[in-house]
Design a protein around this ligand. Structure first.
Ligand code: SF4
Length: 214
């Protein structure tokens, strides 16, 4: 199986979809949306290459997790490997799947841009599609901007009551040693405040120990 090129993971969050979920952000995106909140994950270079079985085990490490969120980067660019991951995860636990993509659903269905897209689409419960447009960022909902659409593709998704379009946003800051990860679709102003805080802390560390990499 092809490994997933992983930019980051977060096991157990309530900031990216209903219930307690695990998130995988993939490395590499063919788009260049102005104001993208994860520009470091746009370049298509090897980051952490993880076999689908290992990634599924990592994402399910918390027994309370009931859903997976696929984000990036562009998940559809690694559709085959992510479909393997989801299938292996579901062989162990019946998790729901939420996926963000810059592609429109019609394009994915009619002209799949990557191998494995139909297989991954068939596994996704909720798809948030379309490019991020900063001018349409309303500060509400589990989508970066209001031009992005929420598709409930399965009966499970249609049964749930989560307000993807207009619900209040939340975000979590996950710390792993010197690394800080912002999890969620950030409310207005939070991304800038987060970046400023990270830069300030790194500068203080560098000032306290000039020999250390910031
Ligand atoms: S599709 Fe998403 S990850 Fe890619 S550039 Fe746009 S906002 Fe960033």
């Amino acid at each position: 199986m092809t490994p997933v090129n992983v930019a980051a993971t977060r096991v157990g969050t309530r900031a990216l979809g209903p219930g307690l979920r695990s998130v995988v952000w993939v490395q590499g995106c063919p788009f260049t949306c102005r104001g993208c909140m994860s520009p470091d994950w746009i370049p298509d270079h090897p980051a952490r290459l993880v076999a689908p079985g290992d990634l599924a085990a990592e994402l399910l490490a918390d027994q309370r997790v009931t859903g997976l969120t696929l984000s990036g980067g562009e998940p559809m660019a690694q559709a085959d490997a992510l479909a393997d991951t989801v299938e292996l995860a579901r062989s162990r636990r019946d998790v729901s799947v939420l996926c963000f993509t810059g592609h429109r659903l019609e394009r994915l269905r009619d002209h799949p841009p990557h191998p494995g897209v139909p297989r991954l689409l068939a596994l996704v419960d909720v798809l948030v599609d379309g490019l991020y447009v900063a001018a349409h960022n309303t500060g509400r909902g589990l989508r970066g901007s209001a031009n992005q659409r929420v598709h409930r593709l399965t009966g499970r998704a249609r049964d749930e009551t989560h307000d993807y379009e207009n619900g209040a946003r939340s975000a979590e800051i996950a710390l792993d040693g010197p690394e800080a990860l912002l999890v969620g679709v950030p409310p207005a102003g939070l991304l800038e405040a987060f970046d400023t805080a990270v830069t300030t802390v790194r500068n203080r560390i560098a000032h306290a120990d000039p020999g250390r990499e910031p």
